[in-house]
Design a binder for this molecule. Structure first.
Ligand SMILES: [Zn+2]
Length: 280
């Protein structure tokens, strides 16, 4: 993370940093068939699951290939004990996929892998939302109040999530999108339990609600009368602001393939929406 709370080129969560100093408890090399994409699965948590991760990754990879998306750089997967579902880190010559024990044991393992692979594909393609060069310009050009950096960092990460999910939804959402709806409605419910006293922290959660609903709007999986809107608006009301409608519209309408300048303009728009919500 840099001073603005924006992700660095490595896109690695602090939560998983410890993974680098842990000892691997199990490691096996996978046979190479075709291009070597998944090169290893390492169990750092000692709870097993390497075969499950390998099978899920290959199923996701096959589905992506059917849709015309193929990763070029090799991926190492690590099963780690972290409180989030997962994360990934992309370097110039490889990716690392972090899968939580919880994700391995959940029914959403393929969804997580599809999402993280979406980030990797965007990074390889140099999409402005996943480009270190563009991050440097944003750090220079987008002004954020200091107190807002964490909330804005969260909101910015969700822009990246939108672009990852544009690729991942057709892979995991299910024919009727039901799985995606269930997942994001759980997300909004969970945010409701996390409301605190800090206005900017609450605005970070509101951005997360805006992302969850905006993502569903973007893929035509939620109506305007859905109860999730009421939940998210109630969250805002109780936190003392109004943000979810503007945020959901923002995430829903992000242009698919913006230029760098177009993308930076969107990031500025997000900063303006967040600032406005914090002062009204
Ligand atoms: Zn993500």
């Amino acid at each position: 993370m840099n001073g603005l709370g924006l992700p660095s080129a490595k896109r690695v969560s602090l939560l998983v940093m410890w993974a680098f100093i842990e000892h691997a408890q199990m490691f096996f090399c996978l046979p190479r068939v075709g291009p070597p994409v998944l090169v290893a699965v390492v169990d750092r948590a000692g709870r097993g699951g390497t075969r499950k991760v390998k099978a899920a990754f290959e199923a996701v990879e096959t589905r992506y290939a059917e849709l015309g998306h193929t990763l070029q750089r090799p991926v190492s997967a690590e099963i780690v004990a972290i409180p989030i579902m997962g994360a990934s880190k992309s370097l110039k010559d490889r990716h690392t996929l972090y899968v939580s024990v919880r994700a391995v044991e959940s029914g959403l393992l393929d969804g997580l892998i599809a999402h993280e692979a979406g980030h990797m594909l965007r990074t390889e393609a140099g999409h402005p939302s996943h480009s270190p060069d563009v991050f440097r310009l944003i750090a220079k050009e987008v002004r954020i109040p200091r107190a807002a950096e964490a909330a804005f960092g969260q909101a910015f990460n969700h822009i990246q999530d939108i672009y990852a999910d544009d690729l991942a939804f057709p892979v995991f959402a299910g024919a009727d999108g039901r799985r995606a709806y269930e997942f994001f409605s759980g997300w909004v419910e969970n945010n409701a339990t996390m409301r605190g006293k800090n206005r900017w922290q609450n605005l970070g959660l509101a951005a997360s609600n805006g992302f969850a609903i905006g993502n569903l709007v973007r893929h035509d999986l939620i109506g305007s009368d859905d109860k999730l809107w009421d939940r998210a608006r109630a969250f805002d009301r109780e936190a003392g602001f109004q943000a979810v409608d503007a945020l959901a519209a923002f995430y829903a309408k992000l242009p698919e393939n913006p230029s760098s300048d177009g993308f930076i303009a969107e990031v500025k728009r997000l900063a303006a929406i967040m600032s406005k919500a914090s002062t009204t």
